[in-house]
Design a protein around this ligand. Structure first.
Ligand SMILES: Nc1nc2c(c(=O)[nH]1)N[C@H]1C(S)=C(S)[C@@H](COP(=O)(O)O)O[C@H]1N2
Ligand SMILES: [Mo]
Length: 258
């Protein structure tokens, strides 16, 4: 009877020992895996160097997959909701002015369009005003969390493409826009640029754009967040690689679609 009990106690102690050993081994194992994982991420390549804030590729994979998912579903037949003019804000909200501070002497501005051939078109505001005007009243959304119904007028991007015979350029994957001083820039995937509601806008509330809203010409792209709506366009270029993008280079989502 006595010996039997001793035997039992020993087994319990052995069990405890075994469990201790197992937990310790698991602890070391998981620790090793975590370190290995960190090392793998640390040594993994950066995504498009200089374009996405130096983020490592594996960290961006999910975001890029989301982009592909939405791009598959993106259709130029889906229009952003529009509103009657009476609903447009009379006092239009104003956000940051990187590369578009103050007013630009109008005579000093021409839109530079870089063609595939290397030729650079110099387009005046009057030439753009002479094209059919398209207006839109929609809910402008900023990633910072505000939105506002506003009214813009200008040239439809697709009208601009056909008028200036830029069809070959429009076959490339991206459009890059920059302010005249190149301080602010955005890259737009071609399907979004060619969306029927994308405008090169020169008016807000039927008036020429004031300095703070991007005088003389800005991008209005309702399928994207505010960050992509570059104010004061200086130049437009086309490419198959992602153009420079101010906020994407700080780590924001490159696509920034709605
Ligand atoms: N040149 C330039 N364009 C810009 C910006 C900027 O700082 N500089 N800010 C962007 C952001 S974040 C937003 S929300 C909108 C704001 O446009 P608004 O000032 O006309 O409201 O402009 C976008 N275009
Ligand atoms: Mo914004």
């Amino acid at each position: 009877m006595k010996t039997k009990k001793l035997k039992k106690e020993l087994t319990v102690e052995q069990k405890i020992k075994r469990r201790n050993f197992i937990s310790f081994a698991v602890f070391i194992g998981l620790g090793g895996a975590a370190f290995g994982g960190w090392k793998w991420l640390y040594n993994s390549p950066e995504e498009t160097a200089g374009i996405t804030g130096g983020a490592h590729q594996p960290l961006r994979r999910a975001l890029n997959k989301t982009e592909l998912f939405f791009r598959n579903f993106f259709s130029n037949n889906n229009l952003v909701k529009t509103y009657p003019k009476s609903m447009a804000a009379k006092v239009v909200r104003h956000n940051s002015d990187i590369g578009s501070e103050g007013k630009l002497p109008p005579e000093s501005w021409k839109l530079q369009v870089h063609k595939k051939s290397g030729e650079v078109l110099q387009i005046t505001l009057d030439e753009l005003r002479a094209l059919p005007k398209t207006e839109i009243v929609y809910d402008f959304k900023c990633v910072e969390g505000w939105d506002q119904i506003s009214h813009w007028g200008g040239v439809k991007f697709t009208d601009f493409i056909s008028h200036f015979k830029l069809e070959d350029e429009a076959k490339l994957q991206y459009v890059g826009l920059e302010t005249p001083d190149k301080k602010y820039c955005v890259g737009i995937d071609m399907p979004s640029a060619l969306h029927p509601q994308t405008l090169l806008a020169y008016e807000v509330n039927d008036q020429p754009l004031p300095g703070k809203h991007g005088q003389p010409l800005r991008l209005i792209i309702p399928v994207k967040y505010g960050i992509k709506n570059l104010k004061r366009i200086g130049s437009i270029a086309f490419s198959n690689t992602r153009p420079h993008d101010y906020w994407a280079e700080q780590g924001y989502d490159y696509y920034s679609g709605l």
